[in-house]
Each structure stands twice: as C-alpha cells, then as structure tokens.
Design a binder for this molecule. Structure first.
Ligand SMILES: Cc1ncc(COP(=O)(O)O)c(C=O)c1O
Length: 410
C-alpha cells in the first residue's frame, strides 16, 4: 500500500460487530483464564495484553500504523512527545555519556537536555545542525547519541538528515530525529536515514488539537551490539534487530510509565487518516502566506523553507518532496508591533501549539521561550519581534485576509 492508503488502512484489524474504527479498549488491565496463561505472557512465551501501562489494544493499533508509515520495525506510543523523547533517550544514554544535539531544538527538548539530564550526569553539546563539519568535529568517545529535528521548531532550519546519518554511522552512534514538523507524509523514516524517529502526535498526526501524545519509531537498523552499548547486550542476544524496542518496552517505558491513554490512541488513529490531505493544505497555505507576508510593507522578514531565498530551501526541496511544512515565522518591526498584530488577528488563535487544523500564532520570546536567556534564544532563532505561525487548513484567502487586516492596524 502507498503511504496515503496506509494512513487509513495500515494495521487496521476488523473490529467487533464489523466496526471500521479502532475500538477504544478503556481497561487498565486484562484478565486471563489461568495462572499458567498469565505466566506464559509475562515470560514472553505467549502474546497477550497485561496492563495498559505496558500495552493496550487501542494503542497497539496506533503503533502498528505508525510503524508501517515510517517503514519501521516497531513503534511505541507514549503519553506525550516529551515522554517519547525522554524515554527513547534514556534507553540509550547513561550517566557519563554525552548527547550531541542540534542547537535549534524545540524549547522543551533543549531544556530536557541542558537542565534536566545534566543533573543525571548526561551532558549535551549543542551544535548548529546545518554545519556538518562542526557536527562531525563535535563527536567524541563519550558521544552516545546524535539528536536533531527534521525542521527545527521554531528556527525552521533544515538539517541534511541523510548527511548527519552518515556522520552518526561513521561514529558508531545512533541518530534520533524528531520528525514532528515533517511527519511521515513529507518523509518516511526509512528515507530519512535516522535510526530512531520521534513524533509528537499532539501536532499534525492528531490534526485537531484534541489530545497530547508521542511516539518512538524504531527503524531496527542500528547495530546495538557494539562495545559502546554494553547495556544493550542482553537485548541484542535475545531480540536482535528489535533490541532497542525491547529495551524500551521491557525496561525504560515500563519503568518511567509515560504510557499512551487508550482514548488518545483512538484520537490519533482517527486523525492520522487525513494526514496526507491536511499536510498538502498546510504546506500550500503556508507557502501562500509566506509569499504574502514577504511582500507586505509592515513585515521586516519572513522565515519559511519554501521560499527560494531561504537557507534551508535546497535541502528541504531534496528531502521533503518539494513540500516545506506548515510552520513559518515572521518579524514585525519590534515586540510591540508583534503583539499588536497578534491582538488584531480574528481567525488565527493565539496559543502554544502547532499542527492544528486551525491557524495558530504565538510570540515565542515572551511565552514558550520566555525562560531562556538571550544566547539560547539566539540559538533557537527566537527574536523579540518574531511571530510563529502554524498555518491551518482553512481557505488560504481567509488566512491571508486575516493577517492582512491585522498588519493593516500597525
Ligand atoms: C518539535 C517538537 N518536538 C516535541 C514536542 C513535544 O511534544 P508534546 O507537547 O506532545 O510533549 C513539541 C511540542 O511542541 C515539538 O514542537
């Protein structure tokens, strides 16, 4: 099946009474006929559900579909995108290891690496992911993981993921790519070349801003058997190319407990069906809005990889099928003008999310990035005069008219 069809039918089993949607199995635990049955499941001699923190039929349906979409060996759904990142990263690095990360990460991930994991003896060096020489030079014997975003949020830089994958391969470390902004629709995990892909399913996969969730996608290609990863040895021996999935499922995910809620898994399975149509419209509207803003006298600058003048245009064209995502940023003359523009918008909602069907705006410097200093803000491409727009799937002309009238008030 092609991707557009997999979005709708991938992993879908016939439901009870011929149900065509995935049933919501709202049960914390699952009973089995005999003590022997349950022992067999716990010992891995038989498959079966035990407890929703470890697995759930509704969540499993979502996981099957997500794995198919990225061409992966498995997917593990989690309570949020941050839970997916934390769980996946903690499965790989240990105290004394280092993470080599993009300097233009989503703020939550930046803070996880810089502030939280450093308290557990895991240091992170942040490097511009578009500077391949700097990235290669920053790898050292302690590096246990390279982490990047496919398109940085909100910097919107576009790292060359296959080239970074080659650096990671050479160094013998896994590459983890957060593909929240691009989704499997713009590029499937298999084509990206990353070893592990992360999605915040709260965004485009959900598509309606109705639930928080995340997913860890295991491409099953990394060699965890090297001496750099002795903690993987028992999993490699028993599960071979499922070693990462097994370590996550049997240890880290089970222990940290950031599991997906069945109701949310249902919402993501529903939402994902329309991903192809929505992404096409998000990308089309974003390009129209970027061109409109670029020509507007009250707009100082526009950052969107779809613009030919953009630094990420060439890489994005090559990696993402000539589509550039639904997020753009632009600058007014100063913060006050940016606030006035946001306050003047009638259609676009002022809130902290991306990937909704609705057009969303935020002033990152005073909200999601308010706790960062000037240096970090500069790394993340956050400027005082900047508005981030998650361009929705409304009629493109209505979105443009809304921004036109708000800018007209300046
Ligand atoms: C690129 C990216 N990764 C991860 C996350 C975290 O996802 P969640 O909010 O589902 O925890 C976000 C949230 O904005 C994001 O934009």
């Amino acid at each position: 099946m092609r991707l557009d069809t997999l979005l709708i039918h991938g992993g879908l089993e016939p439901g009870p009474a011929g149900a065509t949607n995935v049933p919501i199995v709202q049960s914390s635990s699952f009973a089995h006929a005999t003590a022997e049955d349950l022992e067999d499941i716990f010992r891995g001699r038989k498959t079966g559900q035990v407890y929703t923190r470890i697995g759930n039929p509704t969540t499993e349906a979502l996981e099957k579909r997500l794995a198919l979409l990225d061409g992966a060996v498995s997917a593990i759904a989690t309570a949020s995108g941050m839970a997916a990142i934390t769980t996946a990263v903690m499965a790989i690095v240990r105290s004394g290891d280092e993470i080599l990360a993009s300097s233009s990460l989503f703020g939550g991930t930046f803070s996880l690496f810089r502030d939280t994991l450093s308290n557990f003896g895991i240091a992170t060096s942040f490097v511009d992911p578009t500077d391949l020489n700097a990235l290669a030079a920053a790898v050292n014997e302690r590096t246990g993981l390279i982490f990047v975003e496919t398109i940085g949020n909100p910097k919107l830089d576009v790292p060359d993921i296959p080239a970074i994958a080659a650096i990671a391969r050479e160094a013998g470390v896994p590459l983890m790519a957060d593909a929240t902004v691009t989704t499997p629709y713009l590029c499937r995990g298999t084509e990206l070349g990353a070893d592990i892909v992360i999605h915040s399913t709260s965004k485009f996969i959900n598509g309606t801003g109705s639930a928080i969730g995340g997913a860890i996608i295991d491409m099953g290609k990394f060699d965890w058997g090297s001496e750099k990863f002795p903690h993987f040895a028992p999993f490699v021996k028993k599960y071979r190319n499922f070693a990462f999935t097994a370590r996550v499922r049997k240890l880290i995910h089970k222990d940290f407990g950031a599991c997906a809620a069945p109701m949310n898994s249902f919402l993501f399975t529903e939402g994902i069906e329309t991903l192809a149509l929505r992404m096409d419209r998000h990308c089309e509207n974003a390009l129209k809005l970027a061109r409109f803003l670029e020509a507007h006298e009250k707009v100082a600058w526009v950052n969107y990889p779809g613009l030919e003048s953009n630094a990420g245009h060439e890489v994005a064209t090559r990696l993402y099928k000539g589509k550039y995502g639904g997020i753009l940023t632009f600058g007014c003359v100063d913060k006050e003008a940016a606030f006035r523009c946001i306050n003047g918008l009638k259609l676009a909602r002022n809130l902290a999310n991306i990937g909704d069907a609705k057009t969303l705006v935020i002033h990152p410097a005073s909200t999601i990035c308010a706790d960062f200093g000037l240096e970090e803000k500069a790394l993340m491409g956050v400027k005082e005069e900047m508005i981030r727009v998650s361009v929705g799937i409304e009629h493109g002309a209505d979105i443009i008219e809304d921004f036109g009238q708000a800018l007209g008030l300046l």
